[in-house]
Design a protein around this ligand. Structure first.
Ligand SMILES: [Fe+2]
Length: 217
């Protein structure tokens, strides 16, 4: 017998899926930068993936702060301080991502040692982001069940509408490999049908992008 998932389980699993895309995206970029790319196609690919990742994280954090924090604070006033801490962490991550973005500009411009500097900046944001995601996942797992199911449905719809449509091959590829993330099915159903129908093509494009990064696909 299949047990129906609660709305709070669904929104939590979708959060984990988005977080997994970010964690895997950081690791993908890290592996590519660690190879010290010099070939134009590898440099272009690193810069492209890096800029996509930066915008994905910025957008995800805006969605959390704009959509989720107020209803969660209303549902659990004693956790307002914890939500405030998460917002402070978002600001720090945004700042570190902006630093990484300027390194990617240097990499694109062919500056010497830019890949090594970008790698160092990525490692800084990787640690901050990982600590933040761990803390956020633990808090939201406890708080989402305090929201009414109808409100969660509204929030899930709004969050799906806010999600960036850029580079769907990266979103699908990182969700899918090496194993489908928690929340995969739910996230996939929120992707517009035309993109979902192109899944095999997008996965092939993801593998091609990895090869252009100089990585095995
Ligand atoms: Fe967050």
């Amino acid at each position: 017998m299949t047990i129906a998932q609660s709305e709070s389980d669904k929104i939590y699993d979708e959060l984990i899926a988005a977080h997994t895309i970010m964690r895997r995206g950081v690791d993908l970029l890290r592996t590519a930068l660690a190879r010290a790319p010099t070939a134009p196609v590898e440099v272009d690919s690193c810069v492209g993936v890096g800029r996509w990742l930066i915008e994905f994280v910025h957008q995800h954090q805006r969605t959390e702060s704009d959509l989720f924090w107020q209803p969660l604070a209303d549902a659990s006033p004693t956790d307002v301080g914890e939500l405030h801490d998460l917002t402070v962490q978002h600001i720090q991550i945004d700042r570190e991502l902006d630093q990484l973005a300027s390194r990617l500009d240097h990499l694109e411009a062919g500056r010497e040692a830019a890949a090594a500097q970008a790698l160092r900046d990525l490692d800084v944001v990787r640690q901050t982001l990982s600590d933040h995601l761990d803390e956020e996942e633990s808090l939201l797992k406890a708080l989402f069940p305090m929201l009414e199911p109808a409100l969660i449905r509204t929030l899930r719809t709004a969050a799906a509408r806010c999600a960036s449509s850029a580079r769907p091959d990266l979103v699908l590829g990182l969700m899918s490999e090496p194993t489908p993330t928690i929340g995969y099915t739910s996230m996939l159903s929120s992707i517009p049908f035309p993109a979902r129908a192109l899944r095999p093509l997008l996965i092939a494009r993801f593998h091609n992008r990895k090869r252009k990064l100089g990585l095995a696909a």
